[in-house]
Design a protein around this ligand. Structure first.
Ligand code: NAD
Length: 286
């Protein structure tokens, strides 16, 4: 009777996706992950070589098992969408069936159904540029990778999600308050993701009794966050100003995701849950 989870956006042991996988595994779920195609080889070989073994330890002392790793590029919905230069790219040619539709089909073939869908991925090629200097292509790429990727994942996985299931994404407060440095249209992408959380909660709730929520997480020194360039400052700012003056651990977000995915949250859908030591509630820094 254990639940099965598909977590999109795990490529190392530093990010929120990994921590969510661990919290779900600790609660007894079977773990499937979707890993960005260009990061797949390093992730799989590191897993095999035991590089993540220390981070795989669960509270009961056992090691988290990842039942299967699927290559995924959430920017493409089906093979017809994939341009020639990507198809023939060395990093992509070695893998197959990595568009969203094909991954959902593979999971269906391999396991039949899932109960929990997690979207823990984002990408904004111009994230270091202010919005006023962001190109149309950069802005649309941020929305495609960080917002529509979620609509597409839920659309393709919904038919294989068991009623009562739960879907979770990760957002950031830059969607609603000014966070200089979170550029390239990424603030816009998170605003779209949060709005879509409400609309998708309605549609998936009515269609298949699936709950849809998003976690507005505080700052974490993940690979993606380091690429933005201001993560240490944001962590220091939070410790100085939040109601809870401690560094946020990825596990705290993982545990919140496990709660949202569990029957304890059976009436919670369409919400943005802040897991940020309370920083969102502050009006001024003190
Ligand atoms: P991360 O680097 O661990 O995760 C991002 C993942 O997205 C990576 O594994 C990357 O390979 C993957 N990815 C990028 N483009 C992809 C694509 N086209 N298809 C499939 N996968 C793709 O970093 P993270 O910070 O843990 O990010 C996870 C989520 O948490 C993101 O939505 C991020 O915006 C959100 N978040 C992060 C912070 C933070 O401070 N780190 C704060 C709030 C929200």
């Amino acid at each position: 009777k254990g639940k099965r989870a598909f977590i999109a956006g795990v490529a190392d042991d530093n990010g929120y996706g990994w921590a969510i996988a661990k919290a779900l595994a600790a609660a007894g779920a079977q773990i499937l992950v979707g890993t960005w195609v260009p990061a797949l080889n390093i992730f799989e070989s590191s897993l095999r070589r035991g590089k993540f073994d220390e981070s795989r330890v669960l509270p009961d002392g056992s090691l988290m098992e990842i039942t299967k790793v699927y290559p995924l590029d959430a920017v493409f919905d089906n093979p017809e969408d994939v341009p020639e230069d990507i198809k023939t790219n060395k990093r992509y040619a070695g893998s197959s069936k990595w568009t969203v539709q094909e991954v959902a089909e593979s999971v269906k073939e391999d396991f039949g159904t899932i109960d929990i869908l997690v979207h823990s991925l984002a990408n904004g090629p111009e994230v270091t540029k202010p919005l006023l200097e962001t190109s149309r292509n950069g802005y649309l790429a941020a929305l495609s990778a960080s917002s529509y990727s979620y609509v597409s994942l839920l659309k393709h996985f919904l038919p294989i999600m068991n009623p009562g299931g739960s879907s979770i994404s990760l957002t950031y407060i830059a969607s609603e308050k000014i966070i200089p440095g979170y550029g390239g249209g990424m603030s816009s992408a998170k605003a779209a993701l949060e709005s879509d959380t409400r609309v998708l909660a309605f549609e998936a709730g009515r269609k298949r009794k699936i709950r849809v929520n998003t976690i507005s997480a505080g700052p974490l020194r993940s690979r993606a966050a380091k690429a933005i360039g201001f993560i240490d400052m944001m962590i220091d700012y939070s410790i100085a100003n939040a109601p809870l003056q401690k560094e946020l651990s990825a596990d705290e977000v993982g545990n919140s995701a496990a709660f949202l995915a569990s029957p304890l949250a059976s009436a919670i859908t369409g919400t943005v849950l802040y897991v940020d030591n309370g920083l969102n509630a502050m009006g001024v820094g003190v």
